[in-house]
Each structure stands twice: as structure tokens, then as C-alpha cells.
Design a protein. Structure first.
Length: 149
């Protein structure tokens, strides 16, 4: 029997979070954290709303997941995020010992790969899930930003 709760399913949930960020005039990045096919945390960028450069979707999700679990280690969890994590978020993922990171769009300049940021040695990474949808939302946001200025 096929599991309906696959990477595409959870990335669609992360995209819903990214759309909420878009509506708030935040860079549209969304994240969900999953454990045993259950979403235990949902988040999106809130850097403008909170006036906080650390309020990335992943950071918000890590905090919510740790609160839900009552502990800081997320080694049995998967982070689904619409954009490749930056150096800060990848560093935080190291400390959470997240079991798996699944992301949609790559970030060629500021992503953790471009910055040579080390993930936890046990963290698995899957990239390119719903990449087109994730990229299109980001492109739409920045095109609209440029046209307003």
C-alpha cells in the first residue's frame, strides 16, 4: 500500500505556509516539521513582522517542534522547507540534530551548500521537491517588490 504522506504531500503543506508569508509581505518561505507522518510544527518567515533577522521559517519551526516535543533534539523529525536553508538555519539544524531536511528551491548564493555549512552527520538531505512551485512563488514576490519600487 502506498503512503499518501510523502515528500510532495508535506512540501505542499510547507508551500501553504510560504503563501501565508507572501500575504504578510514576508519573503515567502514556509516550513513544516514532521514526525511519524504527523505535522508537529508549521511556520513561515516573520522577519519583517517581528523585526527580527533570525525569524526565518526554519527557526520558527524548530522552536515550535521543540516545544511540542518537550525537548530540543529533532533527530526523529523531518524538516520540509520551500527554500534551501541558509547558513544560520543549517547551523541551527545541526544543533537540533534534525533527522532529515527536504527542500524545494535551491539558494545558489546564500544556501547552506554555497556557504559550505556543515549539517549534522546523521542528517539526510533531499532537494528539488516541488522545486518549480517553490521557485515561482519566490520569483513572483521579488518581481512584485521590484515593480512597487
Amino acid at each position: 500500500m502506498m503512503n499518501p504522506f510523502d515528500d510532495n504531500y508535506f512540501m505542499k503543506r510547507a508551500l501553504q505556509e510560504a503563501e501565508l508569508a507572501f500575504e504578510k509581505n514576508e519573503v515567502p518561505v514556509g516550513a513544516v516539521i514532521v514526525m511519524n507522518d504527523q505535522i508537529i510544527a508549521r511556520a513561515h518567515n516573520l522577519t519583517e513582522t517581528l523585526n527580527d533577522v533570525t525569524a526565518h521559517a526554519e527557526m520558527q519551526a524548530f522552536t515550535a517542534a521543540a516545544d511540542f516535543l518537550g525537548g530540543k533534539y529533532l533527530n526523529k523529525c523531518t524538516l520540509y522547507v520551500t527554500l534551501e536553508p541558509c547558513q544560520m538555519c543549517a547551523g541551527a539544524s545541526y544543533w537540533t540534530q534534525i533527522g532529515k531536511i527536504v527542500y524545494g528551491a535551491s539558494e545558489e548564493k546564500r544556501g547552506f551548500k554555497a556557504m559550505n555549512t556543515t549539517l549534522h552527520p546523521k542528517t539526510k538531505v533531499v532537494s528539488g521537491i516541488l522545486e518549480n512551485e517553490c521557485s515561482l512563488l519566490l520569483k513572483k514576490f521579488f518581481i512584485e517588490k521590484r515593480n512597487l519600487n
